[in-house]
Design a protein around this ligand. Structure first.
Ligand code: NI
Length: 128
């Protein structure tokens, strides 16, 4: 279904501002779509759960704070202005010692908990 969010606009999307509007941490919100991909912002703090996405890579861009991505062989630190792409099928766990604001880019329909599911699964297609 085509959403009205893709209508032609005369203003840019301010990612940090959008992230600051989100009430709860670990609740990704869609700010834009491009073809079948979604741009999502999220505020995180503490540690997520280990999971993977067998069907897709997952891109993280840090807006504020420091993102830690635990991978099978080590931890990647991603700072503001930096990007990291977790390859499809690779187990990962995101975290931040103090609050971090991120943008994620992934295909529409990807769940934040991958195929693990569980109580930390956030609803999809929540725009802000
Ligand atoms: Ni993931």
């Amino acid at each position: 279904m085509k959403t009205p969010h893709n209508a032609l606009r005369l203003e840019a999307v301010n990612l940090t501002h959008k992230a600051s509007l989100i009430e709860q941490q670990w609740s990704p919100r869609v700010v834009a779509e491009m073809n079948d991909y979604q741009f999502k912002v999220v505020r995180i703090e503490g540690e997520f759960i280990w999971h993977s996405h067998p069907e897709t890579d997952e891109a993280f861009i840090v807006l504020e704070g420091e993102l830690l991505i635990d991978l099978p062989h080590g931890t990647v630190r991603v700072r503001p202005g930096e990007l990291y792409v977790v390859p499809r099928g690779i187990e990962h766990r995101t975290g931040a010692r103090t609050e971090a604001k991120l943008m994620m880019i992934e295909p529409r329909g990807v769940l934040n908990t991958g195929h693990e599911g569980g109580e930390r699964t956030a609803p999809n297609d929540q725009w802000i």
